[in-house]
Design a protein. Structure first.
Lengths: 600, 265
């Protein structure tokens, strides 16, 4: 019997020529219980469906939209979906979450996951509902932003469809293109390029069925309770100012990456601060479907228009590129959204290029730190894959550094090819470990170890055993939240997370879960990601940070020096391997492979 | 004064807690309190250890020998101070320790007209020499200085340090509390002026802009900002270490940033 909240099947869609064909892959209860859904289930699907060594942009590379048992329930923040594939940016596993109605409608097509393979002959849209799958040519959508494509698709096919779409960057297979729904982006790792490589501009889904939960009354009561708790102090930051509230705080504690990680404080930070912009420019606050937090803060743009701003896009397109004019940053962020570019990778790659120009390694003298117009010009060049600089930077900083050479890889702000988020590793050393070992690459959403660094409970400048434990703890919590799925902005409301999450899952699925089983699931998911990467050629050498982080200490505002050398990082990585039960080379031990159910 | 000096209260801390915690936030190495035999001490900051003086009545030289020996395996140099210095400033400690250049055994301030052996820097390797001198009956610090390389630091030498000149221009770091009148005068002094900033959801009504408040401890600064240090609120001192320790001593010139404990994306 299928557990509550699940359908027990994934839809495999093969696209070829002008046709799409659907087939069902049965998902056993054992697999669902072991991987929970979302990112976990997506990882398992990639093991099963991605041919070893496949080119992420090849037709046979699978791209999975994955839901979870909680999607569609009234539990706050549960309307989320994971997109999982082999990344064209890293060559390893990538997964990204986005939110809202696509998650609910996608699941209510009657599937726990939708996996797309193949390649259409021409730019098309893929429609999935209770009647099956079909491919419709859509050349008229070429060059449209994801938001425009979504609107056009609604006009053509009707308002009952929910759409996930790519922008022009995805069509052109920029390696860090996004997939978007309703203004929210599955942003990291180039999933938009994978969809673009299949010649699919948009995936449309429509609800066709219902799903039952094991304890309807219990779920409703839990939803009321969780909603109430979501109004408390643990989510105040997100409600009142959004993630942009980080910017000024990070500047105050010397962890705001600036000018391609050459500094950790930025003189222009106050101009970009949420505290200032909220008063001067704040116009609205939005929520995803089924969310009671409402973290999206919308600001007015000079000359008209509005723009949603988050910490990561402001950090990456502001301080990281030395740009302090909020209108320049708003414009750059809006342009990334229109093109469908991951703002972190775009900002990181451009900041690297700016430093290359400064060092005389790239001959584009207009591309200077602090120049907002140059930033916009570079973004446009990337989105268009203009020959020369645009084509170079469309590959991401690691590939671009391989082309430029001359030691530029040492300051390319990436791990495993994924550009670093807005957390300075030298002054956040638990986070440094999290960034180094994470399967997705440099990532703040799959490893939130900055929480420990900023907790006051360990010395953030002196990474050691406590930092290892903290990094593993946040990675485990993220693995569960991203799989069951709940938004991480809710994490602070849980006093005993694994126990409380087990209770929620039990109400929905009917499983007799406890915290220990959920911790096992977290470890399994993390190991499964690593096992996929190892299969695709990753080694322990990939679990590191850019040379700059390990060789150049950072002066803090206090006068202390934040230094993270290779020896210390290696020691923490070794501690991580040991605590995770990996061998000395970071490999999943043979005895643990069986637990991953890769043959189930 | 009615109580042992270590227990005397000054703006929310005992004098001993303040001295120990101030050193802990200033130096990289260990902080050790030397206690007389059987002496009852007030609570100490986390990480501060106690070395018991096995002999009573031999004065500060005995305490110096015990203290230096207690840290000799973990530090080459040490700042040594008495417990009754409520105005001690980290900039003074750092300046004195910088006086311990290679070949120098003692960095001895001569501040406000007096030598300050209990606000001075010592090489920890002197522990054995001090013990030997004590055994020979030399109980005064001055006798030690005849046997080692001493650099005296005058007021001018000390105040050449811009941070010290800015935050402690009268060198009140060396002021002791030796009498009830001294203690009363110290208590009458306002707490140090520090800058407070609040960020994110804690910043209401322009709270992210720095403002000066009087506070001798982090907890007092939080109260001045209308906050309580709890699971949702942490503080960063001078942009450096993040803490929830409300008893952390503050000094003139400190900047305290209060952040949401869930800082991050």
């Amino acid at each position: 019997m299928t557990p509550g909240g699940f359908f027990g099947r994934a839809l495999l869609v093969d696209v070829e020529g002008r046709e799409a064909e659907g087939a069902v892959l049965e998902l056993s209860e054992r697999v669902l219980r072991s991987y929970l859904g979302g990112v976990g289930l997506g990882t398992w699907l990639m093991h099963r469906l991605a041919p070893p060594g496949v080119d992420p942009l090849a037709p046979q590379a699978p791209l999975a939209f994955v839901f979870s048992s909680l999607v569609g329930t009234p539990l706050t923040t549960s309307a989320k979906f994971a997109v999982v594939a082999k990344s064209p940016l890293t060559g390893l596993l990538t997964d990204a979450l986005a939110s809202s109605q696509f998650a609910i409608a996608g699941k209510l097509t009657g599937h726990d996951a939708i996996v797309i393979r193949g390649r259409a002959d021409e730019l098309s849209v893929l429609l999935i509902d209770g009647e099956g799958v079909r491919l419709e040519p859509a050349p008229e959508l070429a060059g449209l932003s994801a938001a425009e494509a979504e609107t056009a698709a609604k006009e053509r096919f009707g308002r009952t469809w929910r759409t996930a779409a790519i922008g022009p960057a995805g069509e052109r297979q920029v390696r860090y293109a996004t997939i978007s729904h309703d203004g929210r982006h599955a942003g990291r790792g180039g999933l938009g390029a994978v969809l673009g490589a299949k010649n699919i501009k948009a995936v449309l889904v429509r609800s066709a069925t219902k799903v039952s939960v094991a304890d309807q009354k219990g779920v409703l009561a839990a939803a009321r309770d969780l909603r109430q708790r979501s109004f408390g102090p643990a989510t105040a930051k997100y409600r009142e100012l959004g993630t942009l509230a980080n910017l000024l705080a990070f500047n105050a504690v010397s962890t705001l990456p600036t000018r391609n990680f050459t500094a950790a404080t930025f003189d222009g930070a106050p101009r970009l601060a949420a505290e200032e912009l909220h008063e001067l420019r704040g116009v609205a606050r939005n929520s995803c479907a089924s969310c009671s937090i409402g973290c999206e803060h919308i600001y007015s743009r000079k000359g008209g228009g509005q723009q949603r701003m988050e910490y990561e896009n402001v950090f990456a397109l502001g301080p990281l590129c030395g740009v302090s004019d909020p209108d320049d940053v708003f414009a750059a962020s809006a342009r990334c959204d229109e093109l469908g570019l991951d703002t972190i990778s775009a900002g990181g790659t451009i900041a690297w290029a700016m430093e290359c120009v400064e060092r005389g390694l790239i001959d584009e003298p207009w591309l200077r730190f602090g120049d907002g117009a140059a930033l916009l010009r570079a973004i446009d060049a990337i989105g268009a894959r203009e020959p020369g600089l645009g084509e170079l930077l469309a590959q991401g900083s690691r590939r671009a550094a391989a082309v430029v050479g001359q030691g530029s890889i040492d300051f390319a702000p990436q791990v495993k090819g994924l550009e670093l988020p807005g957390y300075e590793p030298r002054s956040l050393q638990a986070m440094a470990l999290g960034l180094a070992v994470n399967a997705r690459g440099a990532d703040h959403n799959r490893s939130g170890a900055y929480e420990a660094d900023l907790s006051g409970e360990l010395d953030r400048l002196d990474g050691g055993a406590a930092h290892v434990a903290a990094a593993i703890g946040t990675e485990d919590r993220a693995a569960v939240m991203d799989s069951m799925i709940l938004c991480k902005f809710l994490r602070g409301v849980f006093d005993d997370p694994f126990t409380e999450w087990a209770r929620l899952l039990a109400l929905v699925t009917g499983w007799n879960l406890d915290a220990a089983e959920l911790r096992d699931a977290a470890r399994r998911i993390v190991r499964a990601k690593r096992a996929f990467n190892l299969r695709e050629g990753a080694t322990a050498a990939d679990d590191t940070l850019p040379a700059r982080m390990l060789e150049t200490p950072l002066e803090l505002g206090s006068g202390r020096s934040a230094a993270l050398d290779a020896r210390r990082l290696r020691s923490m990585v070794a501690g991580y391997y040991s605590a995770r039960g990996l061998d000395e080379e970071g490999r999943v031990r043979t005895a643990d492979l069986e637990d991953l159910l890769l043959d189930a | 004064m009615g109580r042992p000096k270590a227990w005397l209260e000054w703006h929310g801390s005992t004098l001993l807690y303040r001295a120990a915690a101030l050193l802990a936030r200033t130096v990289d190495g260990p902080v050790v309190v030397v206690a007389a035999p059987g002496q009852e001490l007030p609570p100490l900051p986390a990480g501060v250890s106690v070395a018991e003086d096995p002999v009573e009545g031999l004065g500060p030289m005995q305490g110096l020998a015990v203290g230096l020996a207690a840290v000799a395996d973990r530090a080459e140099t040490a700042f040594v101070c008495s417990t009754d210095m409520p105005f001690l400033h980290p900039a003074f400690v750092r300046r004195v320790l910088r006086g311990l250049a290679p070949g120098v055994d003692v960095a001895l301030p001569v501040a406000r007209g007096f030598r300050q052996p209990l606000a001075a820097g010592y090489r920890t390797s002197l522990a054995g020499l001090v013990t030997r001198l004590l055994a020979e009956g030399d109980l005064r610090p001055g006798m030690l200085y005849k046997h080692c390389e001493v650099v005296q630091l005058s007021d001018d030498d000390l105040l050449a340090d811009t941070q010290l000149a800015r935050h402690d221009p009268e060198l009140e770091s060396v002021v002791n509390v030796n009498s009830p009148d001294d203690y009363a005068a110290a208590r009458d002094r306002l707490p140090p002026e520090v800058l407070v900033e609040c960020f994110g959801a804690l910043a209401r009504n322009g709270g992210h802009r720095p403002r000066g408040v009087r506070a001798a401890t982090l907890g007092a600064a939080a109260a001045e900002a209308g906050l309580t240090l709890d699971r949702h609120v942490v503080a960063a001192l001078n942009g450096d270490q993040v803490t929830r320790d409300g008893a952390l001593p503050l000094v003139a010139g400190d900047t305290v940033a209060f952040l949401s404990a869930d800082a991050g994306g």
